[in-house]
Design a binder for this molecule. Structure first.
Ligand code: NAD
Length: 278
């Protein structure tokens, strides 16, 4: 499978589809990532809080795939925004991963009351200058957090990784990102398995029409709107299915019908909200 790449606002390229390892237990992660790499995934999304960076690193080392063919993302956890902590935390991540650099390092949550995302962001900009993280970005940032970052540092993050799936689409922040050249990464792209995609008529109908699965329809919906996705599964068959989304195209009407699935009142949210971490 040829996975399309997008060009970020700093000129670096990112595979638009990857593999996320949230909630993959550390002892299963090396095998899961090895399997994903074998199937053809080249972009891996992990985080310090997932406690599986070392296992990701082992799978990368064992794969023999040239480093420049891989795209590896990890994230700074919420309790390490202050003082020199971002640098220490970042170095620890590189060591656990066994890498000289990552492709993308993100501030995991804004934690605006107890954290200091501006201090963390200044550190990330230095990691980028030093070549230790090729690109830098944020995650779970709302418009007010993004506005503050840009106003204070004049540097626009390369990506914002936010929760987006059919029942929770975050249009306000996503539109702001598009307008300012920030690539949108959709976490929980399949609704985290917390609702049945096939019960939503536009998804079910499109799946039948294109002879694909509901998950494939939803991934296609993200990709056609320019979002980056890294669905999680540990089952080989689903890993293959989630990568096999380049042989069909949804119509504008099908996209619009899926767009209309967000009830608009926030009730479709499946994971944490930025205000949950203060
Ligand atoms: P997801 O939407 O990828 O859902 C994963 C679940 O969907 C699986 O556990 C399984 O139940 C189901 N699934 C997967 N493939 C399927 C298929 N082909 N058919 C049917 N069901 C299928 O949710 P996620 O793992 O939470 O999100 C993806 C990645 O996003 C994570 O692994 C992680 O890397 C990232 N993430 C980031 C944040 C953040 O705060 N930045 C938060 C959550 C997740």
């Amino acid at each position: 499978t040829e996975i399309p790449e997008l060009t970020l606002n700093d000129g670096n390229r990112i595979p638009q589809l990857g593999y996320g390892v949230f909630k993959v237990p550390p002892e299963e992660t090396e095998h899961a990532v090895a399997q994903a790499l074998e199937i053809g995934y080249r972009h891996i999304d992990t985080a310090t809080i997932y406690q599986n960076e070392a296992a990701v690193g082992k799978a990368i080392a064992a794969s023999g795939i040239p480093r420049d063919e891989l795209f590896i993302t990890t994230k700074l956890w919420n309790d390490r925004h202050h003082g020199d902590e971002p640098r220490i935390a970042f170095q620890e991540s590189l060591e656990r991963l066994g890498l000289d650099y990552v492709d993308l390092y993100l501030i995991h949550w804004p934690v605006e009351e107890t954290g200091d995302f501006l201090n963390a962001w200044q550190h990330l900009l230095r990691f980028k200058d030093e070549g230790l993280s090729r690109s830098v970005g944020v995650s779970n940032f709302l418009v007010r957090h993004l506005e503050r970052v840009v106003a204070e540092t004049d540097v626009v993050p390369a990506v914002n990784q936010i929760q987006i799936h059919p029942r929770y689409q975050q249009r306000e922040v996503s539109d702001w990102c598009i307008k300012h050249g920030i690539a949108v990464e959709a976490w929980g792209p399949l609704g985290q398995g917390k609702y049945d995609l096939s019960e939503l008529a536009p998804i079910r109908i499109a799946a039948e029409r294109h002879e694909v699965s509901p998950a494939q329809v939803v991934l296609r919906w993200h990709l056609q709107q320019g979002r980056i996705v890294f669905p999680k599964s540990v089952q080989p068959q689903r890993l293959r299915e989630n990568l096999d989304v380049f042989g069909f195209t949804l119509t504008d009407a099908e996209l619009a019908d899926i767009d209309a699935l967000d009830p608009g009142d926030g009730s479709g949210r499946t994971g944490s909200h930025p205000d949950d971490f203060r």
